[in-house]
Ligand binder design. Structure first.
Ligand code: FAD
Length: 368
């Protein structure tokens, strides 16, 4: 089949690998001009490790593994540690594998087979599914006809918008925003993971290898802004920490404002009654984002790509039956992952000073 995949994130690249390996002719179209390699290291866990093995990328993933097991240290305004969070609070099993997002993106891209083409700087502008195929008009003006279109274009999926309607029907905001910025001048922080809280906000540093990232989280009701407007996102972040000059907040915000690829998003989940309609199917965050608080978004994306390819193999003459099988087999993983995201935010970003103090007392009692 001729298959179009929208988005070259972890879901889109994994789908390119699995469907290309199954003998389909796959085109991945990515809106950005390049592979988006920013973000913090991500976990591959559970069934996704088996999937990575079947995809032929597990050894490469293990080669790029980083050890993020160093505890998060909650610090006071002077930088002294007041409580520590053990990695046991994050990991399911010692097999969990953490890999820099940039390395995983490159490992997956390099594993794309000859049947898969990766195109940048373009996106689906319009699609029409006539039952026998899908006609696509791209933003570049090009046209194509495909047997299947896979929307793997993230939490704010444009494919989902075109086929299933507005995002607000499916998004469940968990009450936080998150931002990540490279800290080019902080290669050797004195601590690996210091985090500083003020009520409803957290700013910190996450370091791995010779890299350091500024990490921000803040509580906020849903904010309407243009996802493509980086300056607006930077302003929202600066406004969230306005008036706070303690610890390293000004330095971290300065790095975020200068960051050309700042990652900023709401901490939200996508919940849909179904992930497919006609010849269009969704994979990854576009269909079932679990939020960064779950630590399972990439695992879900890789497993989903694998199950979709298997379902199309098992139902080669019935696309609807294949999509139904994919959904049926993946839903338990999604339900579990989304269920794990609930309480994490309260521990990282307590709402009040009393809650910060109570969290610190609880953690101190647990620390040997
Ligand atoms: C730059 C970036 C940094 C991230 N950093 C973190 C992090 O630090 N921690 C964390 O927990 N999660 C992070 N995430 C989210 C995480 O990658 C996903 O939750 C998970 O890997 C599932 O991936 P996905 O491919 O479904 O979605 P995504 O990773 O969001 O990938 C979607 C891809 O689709 C592309 N795209 C968007 N719209 C269109 C369009 N209209 N047409 C074509 N392409 C489009 C995007 O540019 C992106 O490459 C990040 C995502 C991105 C894009």
């Amino acid at each position: 089949m001729r298959i179009l995949v929208s988005g070259a994130g972890m879901a889109g690249l994994s789908t390119g690998i699995t469907l290309g390996a199954a003998g389909h002719n796959v085109t991945i179209v990515e809106r950005a001009t390049h592979l988006r390699v920013n973000g913090s290291p991500i976990d591959i866990r559970g069934e996704a490790l088996t999937v990575a093995d079947k995809m032929g990328v597990l050894d490469a993933i293990r080669d790029h593994r980083v050890d993020m097991s160093e505890r998060i240290q909650f610090v006071d305004a002077a930088g002294a540690t007041i409580a520590e969070l053990s990695d046991a609070e994050f990991n399911d099993s010692p097999d969990d594998t953490e890999i820099p997002r940039e390395d995983l993106a490159r490992v997956l891209r390099d594993a794309l087979g000859p049947a898969t083409t990766l195109t940048f700087d373009d996106s689906i502008a319009e699609l029409h599914d006539d039952g026998d195929g899908v006609d696509v008009r791209f933003a570049s003006g090009k046209h194509g006809r495909y047997d299947i279109v896979v929307g793997a274009d993230g939490m704010h999926s444009a494919t989902r918008g075109l086929v299933f309607g507005p995002e607000n029907q499916f998004i469940r905001h968990l009450g936080f925003y998150v931002a990540l910025a490279n800290l080019p001048n902080c290669a050797q922080p004195d601590r690996r993971n210091p985090m500083y809280n003020i009520p409803g906000r957290m700013a910190g540093i996450a370091a791995y290898r010779d890299k350091a990232l500024g990490v921000f989280m803040f509580r906020s009701p849903w904010i309407d802004y243009d996802y493509h407007d980086l300056a607006a996102q930077k302003q929202l972040l600066v406004d969230a920490f306005a008036g706070h000059h303690e610890w390293k907040i000004p330095e971290l915000l300065g790095a975020a404002v200068s960051e050309p690829e700042l990652y900023f998003d709401s901490v939200s989940q996508i919940q849909m009654p179904t992930w497919h309609q006609g010849r269009v199917v969704l994979v990854g965050d576009s269909a079932y984002c679990a939020s960064p608080l779950s630590g399972r978004g990439t695992s879900l994306a890789m497993t989903g790509a694998w199950l979709l390819a298997e379902a199309l193999r098992d139902n080669s003459h019935d696309i609807v039956a294949a999509f139904d099988q994919y959904e049926r087999e993946h839903l338990p993983h999604v339900t579990y992952a989304q269920g794990t995201a609930g309480p994490g935010g309260d521990g990282l970003v307590p709402a009040t000073q009393q809650e910060i103090d109570a969290r610190n007392r609880r953690l101190s009692a647990l620390t040997p």
